[in-house]
Design a protein. Structure first.
Lengths: 146, 146
């Protein structure tokens, strides 16, 4: 199941937030988008459709948990969800809280920068990242369908 | 439920491919990414977590159907899935077949162009877009869980 050359098989891939046997949640360390989390599937599969129905439900339930914590705690302008994997073809879902004041909004985080954010984006969030991580950890560890 | 100012409430939003009561599938007309489809939720909701559990399952089942047709017919290098909605906050899922020869690969379609594609990308697909649309229509119309 593990691929020795795959960075998401080999490494955590960011700040560890929470784990269930079939997936983990990590936080990307991105100064422009501090509330940027990833749900990383444990097994090395490339595509969402490589999962069976029960696995897909568990995966999206985890994405939903992260999205709901971000909405409840940060009241973002928009949530962005994406499973791309062009560079690292190991299934991972990006779950990103976007704000109308962020460096790229309304562009995708992969698009062109629109503005500078004075004093850094993390300082503008309603709670510190460690507190946000803790809320996500609690939500993920409480999942009955993981 | 409808918002008069929302382009996805007002218009189809692309080439119509298939409809179910709760969602439709359209094809974006993008010369760089010809196999670029969108699952557009019928009701005007902004976020995936605005759907209830049964609706989320139906929505992702539709995304899955499109992904599976694209994989089976085109054997893409990668499938890209995304629900962003920063510009049009009406729930829609992008389902995009990506190829290692496409204009932006491995960048996201919203990132920087990497190369020119001679003769156009659509001509390099294994089947004409109308045939691809028809296969997706058939898959969506056959859904028992829509």
């Amino acid at each position: 199941m593990e691929h020795p050359d795959c960075p998401l098989c080999r490494d955590v891939g960011g700040v560890w937030v929470a784990s269930q046997p079939r997936f983990r949640v990590i936080r990307a360390e991105d100064a422009d988008f501090p509330a940027f989390y990833r749900v990383v599937w444990t097994a090395h599969v490339a595509e969402f459709s490589d999962l069976n129905a029960q696995e897909r439900a568990a995966c999206m339930a985890a994405v939903l948990q992260v999205e709901q914590v971000l909405r409840r705690t940060l009241a973002p302008t928009k949530i962005n969800l994406a499973a791309l994997g062009n560079v690292v073809p190991h299934l991972h879902w990006h779950v990103i809280a976007r704000f109308d004041w962020d460096s790229h909004f309304p562009n995708p985080v992969w698009g062109e920068r629109r503005r500078a954010v004075d004093a850094g984006a993390a300082a503008r969030l309603a709670l510190p990242l460690e507190a946000l991580d803790a809320q996500i950890r609690s939500a993920i560890e409480s999942m009955s369908d993981a």
